[in-house]
Structure formats: C-alpha cells, structure tokens
Design a protein around this ligand. Sequence first.
Ligand SMILES: Cc1cc2nc3c(=O)[nH]c(=O)nc-3n(C[C@H](O)[C@H](O)[C@H](O)COP(=O)(O)OP(=O)(O)OC[C@H]3O[C@@H](n4cnc5c(N)ncnc54)[C@H](O)[C@@H]3O)c2cc1C
Length: 383
Amino acid sequence: MATTDVSVAVVGGGAIGLCTAFELHEFGVRDVVVLEKRHVASASSGLAVGIIETQYLDPVPIAIRVYSMDFFGRLERDAGLPITRNGYLRLGHSGADMERYARSVEIQRALGVTDSMVLDRAGLQRVVPGMVCDDLLGALYGPSDGYVDPALTCTIIAGLLRDRGVVVEQETELTAAERTADGRWRLTTTRGERTADVVVNAAGAWATPVGDLLGAPATVIPQRHQALFARLPEPFGFVMPSVMDYVPDSGRMGLYFRHDSDRALVAGLHTEDLLKDVVDPDRYRRGGDDLQYMAAVGEALAERLPTFADAGLDGVWSGIYPIAPDGEPSIGPYRDHPGVMAAFGGGGSGFQSAPGIGRTVAEWIVHGAPRTVTGVRELLPDR
Ligand SMILES: Cc1cc2nc3c(=O)[nH]c(=O)nc-3n(C[C@H](O)[C@H](O)[C@H](O)COP(=O)(O)OP(=O)(O)OC[C@H]3O[C@@H](n4cnc5c(N)ncnc54)[C@H](O)[C@@H]3O)c2cc1C
C-alpha cells in the first residue's frame, strides 16, 4: 500500500533534491519541502557540462539513466526544456571495452533504448569526421543522447514544484536535527524550525556534514573538476557529438568534449575514480586560471581532433564532483537510521542520473521499495 500521508524535508536544491521532491509530488505526497542553503542549482548542478546519456555499462547505472532520459524528454515536451540531441560516443580501446559495449547495447535494448549501437572504427570516423581513431577499435554510440543547460533545467523543475504547491525554501540552511519522542524530526534551519517524518540527504558535496546532523553517516568526497571552451575561428561544419574517452573503472582521467556551437566545444578531463583534487566545498578555487589544466586539455584535444590544435581555450570554470569512495551513488534508506533517506554521491554524472535517483528515493518513501530500477538495492547507503 502506498504511503502518501508523510511529510518529507529534502535537504539540497540541486538536481537530485529537486527531482526527489518532484517525484514525491507525482506519487501524491503533498507535504514536501526543499531546503536549500543558497539558491537552486547554486552548487554542482549549476556548474555541470549538462551531458545526458545512457551509454553506461552495467544494468543499474543504465536503468537509472534510461529513466532519467525519459524524464528530460518529458520536460522538453511539457515544459519547454531545450535539449540538443547531438549524440554521445564512449570510445573503445580494447576488445574488452568493445565486449562491454555490446552488452550495454543489449541491456539498453531490454529497457527500450532501441537506437544505441556499437560502431567499428570506420563507423566512428563517419560520425566524427577528422577525429584521430588509429588507437581505437570503435565506440558505444547513443544517437539520441544530448546535453542541456543544467541550471535552466533545475530552474524549470523548481518552477514546476512551486506551481504544484511544493515549497522550495532558498537561503535556508539545515543547521540541526533532532528525533522527537514520536519518531519525527525537529529540524532547525536558518529560517526557523519545522518538523518532518522523513529527511532526504541530497546535499551533494555537503552530504557528509548533513549526514552528521542526522546521525546517519554519509561519505562523500568533494573532488574539484574543471571544464573549458575550445573555440575555432571558422565553423567546423557539423554538430559535434559528445565524446567520452574514459571507460568506467579504468583508474585514469579521460578527455571528453561536446558540441557547444558551430565553432566551439566544451571540453574537460573526466574520471569516476577518486584520483586527486579533494577540496573543501566552501573554500575551493573556482576561477579559471589553471594554465596546467588548460595545457593538458589542449594537448589531449589536439591529439584527438587535429583541427583543434590552434583552438583558443578560455572560460575555464570549476565545480565539484560529489563522489563516494567506491564511485557509486547512495540511494535509499539506512538499516539503523529510520526517517533518513540517502540521495547523494552523484560524482561526475549525478546530473544525468538525478531523475532516476529521485524516482528511486520517492519509491522507497511511498512504496517501501524501489520499483522502476530493479537491482538498485546494491546502492543502499549501508553497503
Ligand atoms: C565541471 C563539472 C562538469 C560536470 N558535468 C556533468 C555532466 O555533463 N553530466 C552529469 O550528469 N554530471 C556532471 N557533473 C556532475 C554533477 O554536477 C553532479 O553530480 C550533480 O550536480 C550533483 O547534484 P546534487 O544535487 O547531488 O548536488 P548539488 O547540485 O551540489 O546540490 C546540493 C545542494 O545542497 C545544498 N546544501 C548543502 N548543505 C545544505 C544544508 N545544510 N542545508 C540546506 N542546503 C544544503 C547546497 O547548497 C547545494 O545546492 C559535472 C560536475 C562538474 C563539477
């Protein structure tokens, strides 16, 4: 039986918190509040590159993203979210990569994604003319994947929430939490007190201190990541797909880039492993003056796309990947801490996963178990 007569406080007005609140309302929960210490999308979610795709390798991460793509598609149709469907390529270097990609296509097919495919080197070359492919065997390709403006997406979701009567309280920081005798939460915020039956920890890079307030441990390591623009004086003549030269679990940083305009790409270095640059989310360097980083991206880009050898690099910005020690998000209830839900650890792909994570958390609250993404129990916070 569904439990909709429950009051929920979601801590964090990033993509994951907003999607959780949205899904709760969809299920009929009417007493939902989002507490955001600054403003909507003020942290990682407003600084993401915005790539949305389903080209992952294992069933659970794929299923989370398949649900998420469907959600973004609904926002496109019903709320005017612009999605640039430029396609997404995950490059393959080895036979083992290509085998994993073939399996991903099968998993995606079973979940209704019919257009993803494995490309050989010649096929890859056709999709990205001029890309150096000598060291590659091919790629995993999702032609209808794309990218969005992540801050705009969050603003649209927050607007839909407000239209439906869900309170999104900005400039409201959770500062203390206490369990009352009747098993509810008394929450102290910078704007006063409120009560809730369930608190969702969707505090991104601050999930650890918020978990401490709730007495429910949350290990998230804030890792600083940068991205930049690479601009050419002349148009390159086609819509560049998003290209990811990183294979999950490879233990290295990989170049990625995506279309931004007919003469500019957004590019950066990605990893889902905890390699370096662990920072304090309240005191980290946001600016774009990292010449070493620009040189590393410029070099990798020129190797892969020789037309970009003389590209002008500018507009470097940085944000945080809220990443767990094992690189996986935490989603759902704790064994020993009733009334707390985990919704954190999105890492470097938490924006594209946010709708699936929010859906799963809402199902745990309303139905007592996940329904949409089967197998997601392996991401419980006590794992
Ligand atoms: C450069 C860069 C590029 C990226 N590109 C992509 C991409 O292309 N695709 C992708 O899927 N992901 C990408 N990511 C990762 C993505 O940004 C994150 O995984 C995702 O935004 C995490 O969302 P979140 O809601 O968990 O966290 P956040 O967006 O950080 O939200 C957490 C919120 O909690 C609030 N908060 C914290 N403590 C409290 C408190 N005590 N009380 C109230 N509120 C509190 C914070 O103010 C914050 O707004 C990128 C990240 C970076 C840095």
